[in-house]
Design a protein around this ligand. Structure first.
Ligand SMILES: Cc1ncc(C[n+]2csc(CCOP(=O)(O)OP(=O)(O)O)c2C)c(N)n1
Length: 614
């Protein structure tokens, strides 16, 4: 698995497999399988904005030949969907990929595109994160599918992830609808065998000049909406007869309706049950579901997060059980399923506790040694500002010992929140917004325009570490490189900010702590919108930085803890006692030689360890 704080897993691309005469079987992560499915389906355009657990889908699609597929990073999820919509209307198969919260950003386009329909197949892959391994909420994308009246396919393993993605393109074209393929962290990041196939040679259909279908005007949309309802019924009929639904008869009176990775847990925990495995959560294959429910005495729905299927069954007047026994929050697991079935009186034995006798090392989230965000939050703590944060590695500025962030909601919200907070006048502290480079491009520019337009008195700190560090170091429009690593135009932040009308703008090096403090103080004294850009690259990406480490001369250390305010993971207390006291020590392997701690040390006892001897 990967997570938002690590780099992406190793990815299998096209390799030689595409030419192999025999079907080849490979171990794929769900995300690799989705990319493979799209490639085999003849996808021509792929666009995504990174976000765990979806990021590897586009990275992997970008390993297939450029003449087959144009795989690109978009500036945000809405743009990624819009790119895919344009390509679909032009007549080719197109896909966009995002994490669940990305669909909130893209939803404005999705809701209308549902009416407009497609030309080339249009697939949205949306990866949910039950359990919030690396997300700010655990919303359930299936509800969005219902809301937009767009079919939602739910694979349960990597093979299905590939097969369903391929099928999604056909369904899209057959029913003139965008299709959502929903994954979850467990599927996206777990490996299982996948049989590879050939790429379909799909010719472009060419653009069809039908403005009454393509232009979302009230008059056109009024005609389209009833067609969308008809399409829902046709899709329902299709779901009743398609291979997406599988009835697996068992013994006894219990019938379980399930889907996605929950299906694999059901098969493991209660192999004897009759199971109806749904391949699509929307629209529901009502006829088959009803027949299945009639064939058993007791029906349970096993689904992660919201009781989506359970509520649909209730609406069909079917007696059903589910969330009384299985949690509505977090990830489901075989253990939780077993506990729920036990509570429901279906299985006798108590939940099996698997004791691996392993003491997992606690790994609380920390900024990396030498992270350029650390000095910013240390300074903000000292300046005592009211800080509206944003989403990225720098959200860790909220936790001990930096603890210099008061609120953080969603990508790009920091600047708008700062405007509101400053306008409300409810704070005697200066109001500061902190935002990363990728987040600024994603959703930070409109609120900065708003701040200038409405004469807000705020300071914006643009923390430009020249990568999307949080999701593993992807490129974006501010790095000057494309998804395939080609050179491209690099957005000039200073020019953009000046063009917006910001009058007070300075750029600082966040490793230069003296001038960083000085610049921040000047910025918050300015009446109006002041912007400070700090432009130290991330220590992990695009190149891993490792300079000569610093070490502590213990005899000079007064244990004043000034250096510890940086929250650097290389700095800790010594094991040895000096005159009965611990002193500071620096882990030589972790220190990258950024010098920030040495600048903070009042006794100059932190020095470069040029000898390499500790
Ligand atoms: C709507 C949405 N899309 C994607 C993500 C995943 N994500 C979390 S932070 C982040 C961007 C971080 O990049 P940047 O702002 O440059 O800050 P850094 O992590 O590099 O410090 C992304 C894409 C998300 N949380 N929400």
């Amino acid at each position: 698995m990967t997570n938002d704080t690590g780099s992406s897993a190793r990815i299998h691309g096209a390799g030689a497999a595409a030419q192999s005469p025999e079907p080849e079987v490979r171990s794929f992560m769900g995300n690799e399988a989705i990319a493979r499915g799209a490639w085999e389906a003849g996808v021509r355009i792929g666009a995504a904005y990174p976000g765990t657990p979806s990021t590897e889908i586009m990275e992997c699609l970008g390993t297939y030949p450029a003449e087959d597929v144009d795989a690109q990073w978009a500036t945000n999820e809405k743009v990624s969907l819009d790119v895919a919509i344009g390509a679909s209307l032009a007549g080719v198969r197109a896909m966009c990929a995002m994490k669940h919260v990305g669909l909130n950003v893209a939803s404005d386009s999705l809701m209308s595109q549902s009416y407009i329909g497609v030309n080339g197949g249009l697939v949205l892959v949306v990866c949910d994160d039950p359990g919030m391994h690396s997300s700010q909420n655990e919303q359930d994308t299936r509800l969005f599918g219902q809301f937009a009246m767009v079919p939602v396919l739910e694979p349960s393993d990597a093979q299905e992830a590939k097969d369903f993605t391929k099928l999604a393109f056909s369904i899209s074209e057959q029913f003139d609808t965008p299709v959502i393929v929903r994954s979850t962290t467990r599927l996206s990041h777990c490996r299982s065998p996948v049989v590879l196939g050939e790429r379909e040679r799909i010719r472009s259909k060419g653009f069809r000049d039908t403005p009454s279908k393509h232009v979302a005007l009230p008059g056109n949309a009024r005609v389209r909406h009833p067609l969308v309802l008809e399409r829902e019924q046709q899709l329902r009929d299709y779901m009743n007869t398609s291979d997406l639904i599988r009835w697996e008869p068992g013994s006894g009176d219990i019938g379980i309706i399930t889907l996605s990775t929950c299906y694999t847990y059901v098969r493991e925990v209660i192999p004897q049950a009759s199971v109806l495995k749904l391949g699509a959560s929307y629209p529901l294959a009502e006829d088959v579901v009803r027949r299945f429910c009639d064939s058993v005495k007791r029906v349970l729905v096993v689904e992660e997060l919201e009781p989506v299927i359970e509520k649909e069954l209730r609406a069909m007047d079917i007696e059903v059980e589910g969330k009384d026994y299985f949690p509505r929050v977090g990830e489901l697991s075989p253990e939780l399923l077993r506990a729920g079935l036990h509570k429901a009186g279906i299985i006798d034995e108590m939940p099996r506790i698997t004791d691996f006798n392993i003491d997992a090392v606690a790994r609380p989230p920390v900024l990396c040694a030498g992270c350029s965000h650390a000095s910013t939050y240390m300074a903000l703590g000292n300046i005592d500002a009211r800080v509206m944060g944003d989403i990225g590695c720098y959200t860790l500025g909220a936790i001990e010992p930096l603890k210099a962030m008061d609120a953080c909601v969603s990508m790009g919200s920091s600047i708008g929140m700062a405007v509101g907070m400053a306008k409300a006048g409810a704070t005697d502290k200066p109001v500061v917004a902190t935002i990363g480079d990728s987040t600024f491009i994603h959703a930070g520019i409109p609120p900065l325009i708003d701040a200038v337009y409405n004469n807000a008195d705020i300071t914006v700190l643009l923390l430009d570490n020249q990568t999307v560090a949080m999701t593993g170091g992807q490129d974006h429009a501010g790095t000057g490189r494309t998804l395939r690593g080609e050179e491209t135009h690099r957005v000039d932040f200073e020019q953009i900010i000046r063009a917006i009308g910001v009058q007070w703008l300075k750029t600082v090096d966040s490793y230069d702590i003296g001038s960083l403090y000085q610049t921040y103080r000047e910025a918050i004294q300015y009446k109006g919108v002041a912007v400070v850009i700090s432009n130290r690259p991330c220590v992990l990406d695009p190149v891993r930085i490792k300079g000569t480490p610093f070490h502590v001369r213990a005899e000079g250390c007064t244990a004043c803890q000034a250096c510890m305010n940086l929250a650097c993971p290389a700095i800790s207390w010594s094991d040895e006692l000096y005159d009965g006291h611990h002193k500071v020590k620096i882990d030589q392997a972790t220190c990258i030689g950024c010098s920030m701690c040495a600048q903070l040390c009042p006794t100059d006892c932190i020095q470069l360890n040029e000898s390499g001897i500790e």
